[in-house]
Write a protein that binds this ligand. Structure first.
Ligand SMILES: *[C@@H]1O[C@H](CO)[C@@H](O)[C@H](O)[C@H]1NC(C)=O
Ligand SMILES: *[C@@H]1O[C@H](CO)[C@@H](O)[C@H](O)[C@H]1NC(C)=O
Ligand SMILES: *[C@@H]1O[C@H](CO)[C@@H](O)[C@H](O)[C@H]1NC(C)=O
Ligand SMILES: *[C@@H]1O[C@H](CO)[C@@H](O)[C@H](O)[C@H]1NC(C)=O
Length: 361
């Protein structure tokens, strides 16, 4: 009797397990996802930097995260990297610096190199220069590549990587940096943006040389409209100088990607017009379920943007109504909407294809 029950229950167990495995494997759309970028997609790398000020591993960050704990994400809950991982059916790529042992099995489904404060240029986190700039992130990826090749062999590793998604979300900190630095005296906004694009192009080429083929690359949002910049203007208007740099950067980025696509064999990419998307949200918030587009949810003072979202700050209860969580970053609600668009379009915001199309080509 007992053994029959046992058999029966193991049969059910096996069936459930099989069904689960099947569901998991069919839902997983890419073998791995590698993330490069700044605080918009950092899932905890900066927690491991000794004294960086670009950290979010303290309350009230994370109050809507599944664990209700601060994880290092600059958000009340999940961020864009988490939502993108959900879309492709993978767990969020772990922070590179969190991996105690840098072995192949830890890398098989992807890694995140994103670091709050990072830029295309080195030293965009002006004060302590600890964030990992894009150049360093790509260098770390090259080490990951080496480990994968050693473990799997060159050809299987190339195959895995050619089907993987390489997501790059960067540029905001460089543009913020220009408006407050000696760069102003060295170059015009156009020259500065051109150098950003040239540097980024070289880094994408390096990822390509190490197996990357499918790239998701985001443009810069209207960051002059973040609470951090509105609070510095009496009328609480957007900083148009910063926004116009973002527009110029995005134009150049789009044509650089077009060119790269024709230069490098086997590359495909999806460019996301984060500028147009966020601008539309700010202009027609109700369409997206928002009521507050200017003020941060967490912080102190005017627009909750005089003091950042530190443990001493206050936070709003209606977080789903707010576009901005703190003076720089979107709420979980806004990040979710952005990634829905990244993944499924429409073509107004994704060029020449959305990420769903990118991973199936
Ligand atoms: C591989 O790395 C992961 C994460 O760092 C670790 O948990 C695991 O024990 C490592 N495995 C081996 C064989 O070292
Ligand atoms: C950034 O720093 C790295 C290493 O320190 C250096 O190799 C690279 O050229 C620098 N990149 C830029 C854009 O200055
Ligand atoms: C530039 O940054 C410093 C600190 O990093 C700040 O004190 C200063 O107000 C900023 N200046 C402008 C014009 O934003
Ligand atoms: C830029 O140049 C002006 C005039 O030469 C100088 O007064 C100013 O201090 C410089 N600013 C920076 C940030 O280097």
């Amino acid at each position: 009797m007992a053994s029959k029950t046992f058999l029966l229950s193991s049969f059910f167990f096996a069936t459930i397990l099989l069904t689960l495995c099947f569901k998991l494997s069919t839902a997983q759309m890419v073998p791995a996802m590698f993330i490069f970028g700044d605080s918009l997609v950092d899932v905890g790398n900066n927690n491991h930097l000794p004294v960086s000020i670009a950290k979010a591993n303290f309350p009230h960050n994370g109050i809507d995260f599944p664990t209700k704990k601060a994880t290092g994400r600059f958000s009340n809950g999940k961020n864009a990297a988490d939502f993108l991982a959900e879309k492709v059916g993978l767990p969020s790529s772990p922070p590179y610096l969190s991996l105690s042992s840098k072995n192949a099995s830890a890398f098989m489904t992807g890694v995140s190199f994103a670091s709050g404060g990072a830029g295309i240029f080195n030293g965009t986190d002006q004060t302590l220069r600890q964030s990992m700039p894009l150049t360093q992130q790509v260098g770390d990826y090259e080490s990951v590549y080496g480990v994968l090749v050693q473990k799997l062999g060159s050809s299987p590793a190339q195959k895995l990587l050619s089907k993987s998604l390489f997501a790059i979300v960067i540029g905001s900190n460089d543009i913020f940096g220009y408006s407050n630095s000696s760069d102003r005296n060295k170059s015009t906004p156009q020259e500065y943006v051109d150098l950003m694009i040239l540097t980024l192009k070289q880094l994408v080429q390096r990822i390509y040389a190490y197996g990357g083929r499918k790239f998701f690359i985001s443009g810069v949002a209207p960051i002059g409209c973040t609470p951090s910049r509105r609070v510095r203007i009496q009328s609480e208007a957007c900083n148009e100088e910063i926004n116009s740099m973002a527009v110029t950067y995005n134009e150049r980025l789009k044509s650089m990607l077009q060119k790269l696509n024709s230069e490098l064999k086997g590359v495909s990419y999806s460019y996301f017009d984060a500028y147009a998307m966020l601008e539309n949200i700010i202009q027609k918030p109700a369409t997206y379920g928002f009521t507050e587009v200017k003020a941060a949810c967490c912080g102190l003072g005017t627009l909750k943007a005089k003091v950042p979202c530190l443990p001493i700050a206050k936070y709003c209860s209606n977080r789903k109504d707010h576009v901005f969580w703190d003076l720089f970053h979107p709420t979980e609600a806004a990040a979710r909407i952005l990634v829905d668009t990244v993944f499924d379009g429409p073509s107004q915001y994704t060029y020449p294809m959305n990420v769903r199309q990118l991973i199936t080509v």
